[in-house]
Design a protein. Structure first.
Length: 343
């Protein structure tokens, strides 16, 4: 696994829009302010051509132009790269991304989440390059910063390799066009649920493995395509075992259960050491199924730790996690600590 050099003091942060751009409010105002914040901290900024674009369907520009931006930014003078936003159809840019070049170039940290799973997951599995599953660039324009945002910056600067849960999370946001820079509106207490197999437990749980995963909406779209080299990746790092970090955006509980079944049947959960499951954005119970049953129908059969409702994904805040790294996870009650090792 390749780990990029850390963002140096006064280094250059590159911004790109392989998914949605920041063409509308409040995202435009958020991103513009994020640029100011990073420049005030002494960083140089390099803004890609699609960051304010809205020419594509579900993405900032045409798939070809989005891929051109990705290819160019990964070979640019930027020290690290932040995606400006999530979106819907980033998968369509993948045929035009030069993954062979990404695997040969000097690696750069790439950070984003949600639709950016399409690049983060493939950087790890196709290019053996670690990437950061964390908030997109526009969120850094909110003020004041939530501690999770500082953690994300500290990951790419090398100041920390350990993250913990944040205690409170946002159920309903206050941010809108009139208040574009409003910070996370955290009101709900963190309530972790820990399972070993199908049984819930309150004992302390520790486990280690290589982090892999992202947004399930995107992962099951990749599954079975020519970009799915998951089986090769699992064999390449089988000695480490794997921790699957998973969260869902549009998927309801039945869709989550189908996605977990699909990944299981595809053999993705071979050598699994544990699961880290974020709060689903659309996880309301339906009929006799809730979000826990949706995940445990597959994960519960594997007799490994399954930690549910962690700070990961579309209901912020989210712990920044390095996909591809070796994670040491410790959970006790509502306290979770993840230390990442770069090897």
């Amino acid at each position: 696994m390749r780990y990029p050099e850390f963002l140096p003091k006064n280094g250059t942060i590159g911004f790109l829009a392989p998914s949605f751009g920041c063409a509308i409010q409040p995202y435009r105002a958020m991103f513009l302010h994020a640029l100011e914040v990073f420049e005030e901290k002494g960083y140089q900024t390099l803004v890609g051509p699609n960051c304010f674009a809205s020419e594509g369907v579900g993405i900032s520009n045409t798939p070809q132009k989005c891929a051109e931006e990705v290819n160019a930014m990964f070979s640019s003078d930027a020290d690290c790269l932040f995606s400006v936003g999530g979106g819907e159809l980033m998968c369509e840019i993948l045929p035009y991304v030069d993954f062979e070049a990404l695997a040969q170039n000097q690696p750069k940290w790439f950070m984003g989440y949600s639709d950016n799973t399409n690049l983060i997951y493939l950087l790890a599995t196709l290019a053996d390059t670690a990437a950061v599953y964390a908030p997109c660039a526009s969120t850094f324009g909110t003020q004041p910063w939530h501690p999770s945002l500082q953690d994300a910056l500290d990951i790419v600067t090398g100041r920390t390799r350990t993250v913990s849960g944040y205690g409170l999370w946002e159920k309903e946001k206050n941010r809108d066009e009139e208040h574009p820079l409003a910070p996370y509106h955290v009101t709900e207490p963190l309530q972790l649920r820990t399972f070993i197999g199908m049984e819930e437990t309150d004992r302390t749980v520790d486990f280690t493995g290589r982090l892999i995963g992202g947004c399930m909406d995107c992962l099951v779209t990749l599954l079975g395509t020519r970009f799915d080299r998951t089986a090769d990746f699992l064999e390449r790092y089988r000695e480490d075992g794997f921790i699957w970090m998973l969260e869902a955006c549009d998927l309801n509980v039945f869709s989550i259960r189908r996605a977990m079944w699909q990944m299981e049947q595809a053999g993705w959960f071979r050598y699994v050491k544990g699961f880290l499951i974020g709060r689903p954005l659309n996880g309301e119970p339906m009929f006799d199924l809730d979000a826990y049953g949706a995940v445990l129908a597959a994960a519960g059969k594997l007799n490994v730790p399954v930690i549910m409702d962690i700070d990961l994904g579309h209901l912020p805040p989210m712990m920044p996690l390095v996909v591809g790294s070796i994670a040491h996870v410790s959970v006790s009650g509502n306290d979770i600590r993840i230390s990442m090792e770069y090897r």
